[in-house]
Each structure stands twice: as structure tokens, then as C-alpha cells.
Design a protein around this ligand. Structure first.
Ligand code: ADP
Ligand code: ZN
Ligand code: ZN
Length: 736
């Protein structure tokens, strides 16, 4: 007997490296699941939680081979049609399986198929007096404080109140409740109240006013703005005032930041300005809190959502604006697995939603600058520092003419002493953590190195250990040379530990604070360091690029860059752009209040054109010059790249794999395509794996995109596919 073909097929994305979605039959007992709902399905021998991406009339798979959906986990879609479209686009564009892409921002409980219910925490508010005439007298200061806070914030959780008061509030709240002065209500009821302004906005200066006027004059719909404003020019103030308009219309704002844990100040500034529900996604959240924030964003009770890269996929009930702060930051590009750029996904999302997106940076990426200069984005500029602050002066310090110790020249040492005795703070920038990058035997030339990466180990002193900065392998520090048994082992080169311990010896009366990934690994450590800095006492900060990101240090008046040269002669075509961004951002930490700041850059090449142009004309003109060079050199953003990397445990395998791939792909490839490789990767061996790569270049993104499906197919059918791990990186920023 012939079975009737099913009315509908359920298409499900499952977390599997296999591409595409998989077809299932609706289960006979249940209604059809809606797209965006989670379902339980059997997949091979496993049971997986998948997401319904669509329904179809028929399947390419014969009906008798289709298995039924085992369970439907949600009545209502978890993700709306818009967000599904966004994920689908990103999965296609970055050539990454949809089911795996969907995992990137779903809270853990939802990925695991757990129930999806929004907890409604209780909040406190002032009670409506039954009889306004007979209000009891409030004598206790503590009682008064709580009533005042609730008066201005309207609703607060007990925790928030305790935090604001800096002491437990619970007992007082209960006694106020007894008096009938305050009451507890579920947050959902309170959230229906619109966001409000808590603190008066600053009066915009002429440039801020003109930027805001342009932003406000835009017709409803998708617009992309680039706010190019020097460090301290008041970009954040522009975001805040624009956000205020959007909140007033009852819509939500998504704010992307590069590293949220480093910028608690940003969140503080937002919560001081708005009486609004702000959800911040940071690594300190428990899974429960993350889920709660995600659900509040989805049901619209959160007004402002602030987060790093993956927050770009947060569901939003009623979005009105996306802001991308420090849009040039490399952390927006994911470097493993789903290699998406949150900036580019955000722009696409805004276009789908037909809402504006505002990118801001003191040092815009060349991609965004090019888009702005060619008219695709609208360019807004802030060229002066806000308030009384001035941009610091930058001086080059020729290391050829100076003696140094621990990387610090005598002249710099004198400048540090002068700054400290003027009661100011000093920031010393060195982009390498650890004590020294090399441990060398003076007798035989042996160098401590990681076998898995064939790179030198970095010597660390706190704790004392050799560590590979590429694969994290660790070794004890040998007392004797393992090659010749000699004892002349010497630490060569500079790291933050070395420079900071030297400075601590030189300035025993002042705190020396080291700020890098090692010194801040323990929770709360960074906060403690920041508290010392913000107390304003004269001190020296020594740190890596962690210090360059968005901090506002009003007491820092001297910034020293110990080594500017590593970015000057790199083979990477992005090195100069990155150097310019890093130097400008670090320099921008100086003189952010009334005291003028200055910057000293130590270099062996003070006349290098890049350094000259940066110090004389600033990043803006430097970047425009670089753009010219990129155009002449046919480099991004004027062309587009796609990188295919292959990795295996034998050196020859990845190369052979890519040669076979290239040969077959060439048959399908259009003429405009340029090929680089297959060749061994510059970073040949990493964590024990040999690497090779093939880079494809095209004048248009669409050309590369058209090649995508064929490329994926060839990766799967390659005769070496079982022995080689291959990945595709679209718009790569790392070519190493
Ligand atoms: P950016 O985001 O460009 O680094 P911020 O918005 O953080 O700059 O502003 C830098 C400093 O200037 C902050 O302390 C801010 O309060 C202050 N500021 C910004 N705009 C104004 C203004 N219009 N008037 C006075 N001070 C301002
Ligand atoms: Zn030796
Ligand atoms: Zn290693």
C-alpha cells in the first residue's frame, strides 16, 4: 500500500558540523511546530535539541526515511522570523553550519532544551498612600534615604537598593512596608513603565550638536552613521542623547562594546543617565542571569542591552537603534568556529530591521572609513576634546641616543619622576605580558621553546614558569641549560613584569600597578586596580592593550610607549593600521581632564613616515593616507579575501589537501579571482598541528559568495577530508 505523502516537512537546524538543515515529519500527536521553536529530534544515534527554521511542502528525502519530531519544546517561537533570517544570512555568508551558528548566543539552558520561562523578580516601589493627610513622620535617615531613592528611581530590587546605599536594605524595607509606605510588585508590571531620564544630559558643544542634528534629521529607516571623534571628544555623550530619543519612543537600544569587563564605567554612565532596565551581558554573569537578560531583551522589558560580540544576536522585541562603540576593535571578529564580524552582522541586522546603526571610534577601521568616504555611510566628526581637555602632544624619543634599563630610557625615567612629583599618574604601555619573551643560554645558544608551536617560551616571574603564549603550554624554569648543562641562562627582551618590577625599584614610594591578562585573571583584581587608579593618587600603571580600551583616567598626564617598532616592519598588511589605532588609543588616555597630557614614544625609527604622520597630523590623516596605499596595492577594503586553512598532524597533508581543492575549485572559479597559495601558513605549526592556507581574492564580495557552495562541497569530498581539518574564514583579519 502506498503511504500518503506528508502534508508538511519540518526543517530543523541541529548543532552538528554537517551543513544545512534536516527534514523531519511532524509528530502525529502534536500540532505543527512554528519556525523559531525548539524541538527534540533523533539525529544519528543521538537525541538533539534543534531549532525549527521552516516548514516545507515536501522533502528531497523519501517520506519513509523521514523520522518524526520527538517533542516540541516551545509553544511560541524562541527566535522571531527576523532573527532567523539574520542567522540564515550569517550562516551563508560566513559559510558556517546554521545549527552551530544558532548556538553562539543562545543561553546554555535553552541550548540544552530546558524550559524557557522568564522569572519576574520583585521590585520595590512607593505605595500609594491610603490617606494622604495622615502620612506618618519619617525620622530615621535610613528610612528617608530609601524613600528618596524609590522616589527618583521608581522601582528598585532589594539588591539594587542595598548596592546604592552600600548597606543591607531589607530590614528597613520591611519596616517601611509595615507602615504602608512601600510595596513589592512583580517587575513585569513595573517594566511596562517607559524608560526615563535620570540625569540631565550635558549641553552639547557645537560639533556634538551638529552630529546630533544630522542623526535626528535622518528619515525613519536604515541608515549607517560613522561617528569619527578623537579620544575624549564626547562620542559617548552623543550616543546617550540619541539613545534618549529612541527610548522616548518606547523602543530598545542594542549597544555593542569590545570588552565589557574592562569598561564598567560605560555601564555606570548609562545607568546614571537613564532610569531604565539595562541588561549587560558580561562574563561575570551566572547562566541563570544570562538567560534572564536574554529573555528580558526578547520580551521587551529590557530597554538597553549592552554586550560584546555575541550580543549582536540578542532577540529584541522592539528595536530602535544599534550602537557599535570602538567599531575598529578586532574583538568584534570571532577568531574560531563561527568566524563572524559582529560589526558587519550588526549593520546587516539594522538593514533588515530598517533602523539606524551608529558606529563610533577615534580610530575607525579602514573598512568603515572607506564606506564613509565613499558615501555608503554618513560621516560625522568630532575633532575637539569635550570640556576643557586638550589632545596630548606626542614626542618621539630616539632609542639610538638613549641608554635603557628594562626598556626604560633615562629621559623617560626623569619624566616619570617629574610627573609623579607633580601628583599626576603615569601610564606605561608595553604590549607584551610576562617577564621576557626569550630565555637564552649564553654558553651554547639554546633557547627555551615550545615544541608544539616552534616558538620561544615566555619567561614569567609571578608565578615563575615558562609559558607558550600561543598554546598556553607550561614548563618549569630550568636552573641549568638542558643542552650544555651550563648556568648562564639569561632573560632577553621585555615584558610588563620586567618593566614594572624595575619601575617599582626606582620609585619605591609610589604604587606600580601592572595591568595585563595575567595580573587581572582573578575575579575582582581588575576592579581593585581600577579603584586605586580612580582614587587619584600618583602612581604608575604598566600594561598591555587592556589599558588602551576606552578607559577614562582623568589623572594620567604622561603616557609612555616603550616600544613602537614591532608594528612598523611587519609583513601583515594590517600592521600599520593596528599600530596607528593602538598608539592613538593609548595616547588618548593622557590629559583627559584639565591637566594637559603628553605622550612619549620610544623608537629606534623616529623618522619613520608612519610615526611622523601619526604624531604630526593624527590618526585621521594617517588612515586616509593608508587607504590610498591600500587602493594602489589592491588590498582590502578595495578587494575582498576569503581564507581556507587546512590543519593536520603531518606537514605535507594540509598542503596536499589544499592543492587538490584548488585544482578542482579552479574549474568553477571566475576569472576575476586571484589565488595566493596553497602555501604553508606563516605560523607553520601551532599547538602541535601543521597548517597551510589558500587565500582567494576578489574585487567584489559577491564573487566569493557565489563560490561558497562549491567550496564547501569540495571540502567535504576532498580525498584527504578525514585526515585534515579545514576551515573557511570570510573577511579574515588574521593571516598568520
Ligand atoms: P569619548 O566617548 O569620545 O571618549 P566621552 O563621551 O567619554 O568621550 O567624553 C569625555 C569626557 O568629556 C567625559 O568626562 C564627558 O563627561 C565629558 N563631556 C562630553 N561631552 C561634554 C559636553 N558637551 N560638555 C562637557 N563635558 C563633556
Ligand atoms: Zn647551553
Ligand atoms: Zn605552544
Amino acid at each position: 500500500m502506498k503511504r500518503a505523502s506528508p502534508q508538511f516537512v519540518v526543517q530543523v537546524a541541529v548543532p552538528s558540523p554537517l551543513r544545512g538543515t534536516f527534514d523531519y515529519l511532524p509528530s502525529p500527536e502534536h500540532a505543527l511546530p512554528k519556525p523559531g521553536c525548539r524541538v527534540k529530534v533523533s539525529f544519528g544515534r543521538q537525541q538533539l535539541t534543534g531549532l525549527v527554521t521552516g516548514l516545507a511542502a515536501e522533502s528531497e528525502v523519501p517520506a519513509e526515511k523521514l523520522r518524526p519530531v520527538l517533542a516540541i519544546l516551545d509553544d511560541e517561537p524562541l527566535l522571531d522570523e527576523h532573527l532567523l533570517t539574520l542567522y540564515r544570512w550569517a550562516s551563508n555568508y560566513y559559510l558556517f553550519p546554521l545549527g552551530m551558528a544558532l548556538q553562539t548566543s543562545l543561553p546554555k539552558q535553552l541550548r540544552e532544551g530546558k524550559a524557557c520561562t522568564l522569572a519576574t523578580p520583585m521590585v520595590w516601589q512607593l505605595a500609594k498612600p491610603a490617606d494622604p493627610e495622615s502620612q506618618p513622620k519619617i525620622r530615621s535617615k535610613h528610612h528617608r534615604q530609601i524613600l528618596d531613592l524609590l522616589g527618583s528611581y521608581q522601582t528598585l530590587t532589594g539588591k539594587e537598593l542595598s548596592a546604592l546605599l552600600n548597606k543591607p536594605a531589607r530590614a528597613t524595607l520591611l519596616s517601611l512596608q509595615e507602615k504602608g509606605l512601600v510595596e513589592q510588585v512583580p517587575m513585569a508590571a513595573a517594566a511596562a513603565t517607559a524608560a526615563q531620564v535620570a540625569e540631565q544630559p550635558l549641553i552639547p558643544d557645537a560639533e556634538q550638536a551638529s552630529a546630533l542634528a544630522t542623526l535626528r534629521a535622518a528619515k525613519p529607516g536604515f541608515h549607517c552613521f560613522l561617528l569619527e571623534g578623537i579620544t575624549g571628544s564626547g562620542k559617548t555623550e552623543v550616543y546617550l542623547q540619541l539613545i534618549q530619543d529612541v527610548l522616548a519612543k518606547g523602543r530598545q537600544v542594542l549597544v555593542l562594546v569590545p570588552e565589557i569587563n574592562l569598561t564598567p564605567q560605560t555601564i555606570e554612565r548609562f545607568s546614571r543617565r537613564f532610569r531604565a532596565r539595562i541588561v549587560a551581558f558580561h562574563s561575570g554573569l551566572t547562566e541563570k542571569q544570562r538567560l534572564q537578560g536574554w529573555l528580558e531583551a526578547r520580551d521587551g522589558s529590557a530597554h538597553i542591552i549592552i554586550g560584546t560580540r555575541s550580543a549582536v544576536f540578542t532577540p529584541l522585541a522592539n528595536p530602535g537603534l544599534i550602537v557599535i562603540d570602538e567599531e575598529h576593535d578586532d574583538s568584534y571578529k570571532q577568531q574560531d568556529g563561527f568566524r563572524y564580524s559582529a560589526r558587519d552582522v550588526a549593520i546587516y541586522r539594522a538593514s533588515l530591521l530598517k533602523i539606524p546603526v551608529l558606529l563610533g571610534s577615534a580610530t575607525p577601521s579602514l573598512e568603515s572609513l572607506h564606506n564613509a568616504l565613499s558615501g555608503r555611510f554618513q560621516l560625522l566628526s568630532l575633532t575637539k576634546r569635550a570640556g576643557n581637555a586638550n589632545l596630548p602632544t606626542i614626542r618621539m624619543l630616539d632609542l639610538k641616543l638613549q641608554k635603557t634599563q628594562a626598556g626604560i630610557s633615562e629621559l623617560l625615567l626623569a619624566e616619570i619622576a617629574a610627573t609623579l612629583s607633580a601628583n599626576q599618574q603615569v601610564l606605561v604601555f608595553l604590549n607584551r605580558r610576562g617577564f621576557a619573551p626569550v630565555l637564552l643560554c649564553r654558553d651554547c645558544g639554546w633557547i627555551a621553546h615550545c615544541d608544539r608551536c616552534e616558538r620561544s617560551f615566555t619567561l614569567h616571574q609571578h608565578p615563575k614558569v615558562l609559558r607558550c603564549h600561543h598554546c598556553d603550554a607550561q614548563r618549569p624554569v630550568p636552573r641549568h641549560c638542558p643542552a650544555c648543562n651550563g648556568t648562564s641562562l639569561e632573560a632577553i627582551g621585555l615584558g610588563t613584569e620586567r618593566s614594572s618590577s624595575y619601575l617599582a625599584e626606582q620609585f619605591p614610594d609610589f604604587p606600580v600597578l601592572r595591568i595585563d591578562r595575567d595580573s587581572t585573571r582573578i575575579a575582582g583584581k581588575l576592579d581593585a586596580l581600577m579603584a586605586t587608579i580612580h582614587s587619584g593618587i600618583p602612581c604608575i600603571l604598566v600594561g598591555t592593550q587592556m589599558l588602551a580600551k576606552g578607559h577614562h583616567f582623568p589623572r594620567v598626564s604622561l603616557v609612555a610607549v616603550l616600544d613602537a617598532d614591532s608594528g612598523l616592519f611587519s609583513a601583515d598588511f594590517r600592521a600599520q593600521e593596528n599600530l596607528g589605532q593602538l598608539l592613538t588609543q593609548v595616547a588618548g588616555r593622557a590629559g583627559r581632564s584639565d591637566t594637559p597630557g603628553h605622550v612619549l614614544v620610544q623608537t629606534y625609527h623616529p623618522n619613520h613616515p608612519a610615526l611622523q604622520q601619526l604624531s604630526a597630523h593624527g590618526y585621521g590623516s594617517f588612515a586616509r593616507q593608508l587607504l590610498q596605499e591600500r587602493m594602489q596595492g589592491r588590498l582590502p577594503p578595495f578587494v575582498h579575501f576569503m581564507l581556507v586553512r587546512a590543519e593536520a598532524n603531518k606537514p605535507q597533508l594540509p598542503l596536499d589537501f589544499l592543492r587538490e581543492l584548488a585544482e578542482q575549485l579552479q574549474k568553477e572559479a571566475p576569472r576575476e579571482l586571484r589565488w595566493f597559495g596553497p602555501m604553508p601558513s606563516p605560523f607553520l605549526k601551532k599547538a602541535g598541528v601543521f597548517r597551510a592556507q589558500l587565500v582567494l581574492q576578489a574585487p567584489k564580495r559577491s564573487i566569493l559568495q557565489k563560490l561558497g557552495p562549491a567550496l564547501l562541497k569540495l571540502l567535504e569530498t576532498n580525498s584527504m577530508a578525514r585526515k585534515v581539518r579545514a576551515l573557511v574564514d570570510v573577511d579574515p583579519i588574521d593571516f598568520s
